[in-house]
Design a protein around this ligand. Structure first.
Ligand SMILES: C[S@@+](CC[C@H](N)C(=O)[O-])C[C@H]1O[C@@H](n2cnc3c(N)ncnc32)[C@H](O)[C@@H]1O
Length: 251
């Protein structure tokens, strides 16, 4: 299941198009990355690791002047995109093609900030290794989905396999999982909905295409597309909650 899901993040330009589409159809126009950034004390942050970095979406909004950024992702196709963004932000940027959880070849206590944006549910067992490489006083910043995001879709379909992935680390159970390794944990909710109006059928179809690997274990993405486009046509508007939570964890 996870392998299928991950494949959908390998097409860099499509992933970028979808990030833009999500932004345009978001009810909450505040960028979740800005919300997350404002929760971090940036004093003394020189060395950053990004777990499940993708093409460097989070780094796009970082200022420059960091010493080192390490992006880790299981898809080698993300290397070029990540490095092109990260090299603008840090004096040295490196990409490691790793299947997390696994040992990360770096000294203990060597990062000031570790980011995991929409990725921790793929590898929650990385938490002890993340703790090892984070320096005392350093921050682990996690953005993750709410398990409730599937509710609207579940009006029509059974998404149990997808639910299983999200439930590996969600807004709802993330704190409990983090408490196994950390004590200083806070969280901020980011409420959002994706809204598609009658004229936005193409955008909704693209969004479903992006999620196709995510949903294909539960149901044919074509069936989902036909049904949701029909519902959009008859209801005139479709809204999907996309509530996230940002966890800020100090070691
Ligand atoms: C939803 S994307 C998020 C990417 C990026 N953080 C962002 O917010 O745009 C999840 C990323 O995690 C990566 N990933 C999934 N499972 C992984 C694993 N086991 N080890 C390393 N990377 C993984 C995927 O390849 C993908 O780039």
């Amino acid at each position: 299941m996870k392998d299928l899901v991950i494949k959908s993040y390998g097409d860099l330009s499509f992933h970028r198009t979808i990030s833009e589409l999500i932004r345009m159809h978001s009810e909450n126009q505040e960028d979740v990355r800005e919300v997350a950034k404002n929760l971090v004390d940036w004093t003394g942050v020189r060395r950053i690791a990004d777990l499940g970095c993708g093409y460097g979406w989070f780094e796009e909004v970082l200022g420059d002047g960091f010493d080192f950024i390490l992006g880790i992702d299981c898809l080698p196709s993300n290397e070029a995109g990540f490095l092109s963004v990260a090299q603008r932000v840090a004096r040295t940027a490196r990409f490691a093609n790793l299947q997390l959880p696994c040992p990360i070849d770096t000294d203990s206590d060597s990062f000031d900030l570790i980011i995991a944006a929409y990725s921790m549910y793929f590898f929650p067992d990385v938490l002890p290794e993340a703790k090892r490489i984070l320096r005392p006083g350093g921050t682990l910043l996690i953005i993750t989905h709410s398990a409730g995001m599937l509710e609207e879709g579940e009006e029509f379909f059974d998404f149990s396999n997808l639910r299983e992935v999200i439930n590996n680390f969600s807004a709802e159970n993330g704190e409990k999982l983090l408490r196994q390794y950390f004590t200083d944990i806070s969280a901020v909710d980011y409420a959002n909905s994706l809204v598609f109006d009658k004229d936005a059928g193409d955008a909704l179809a693209k969004y479903i295409d992006f999620k196709r690997e995510f949903i294909s274990k539960d149901i044919s993405p074509i069936v989902v597309k036909v049904k949701l486009l029909y519902e959009l046509e008859s209801r005139g508007m479709m809204r999907f909650n996309k509530n996230d939570r940002v966890f800020v964890v100090r070691k």
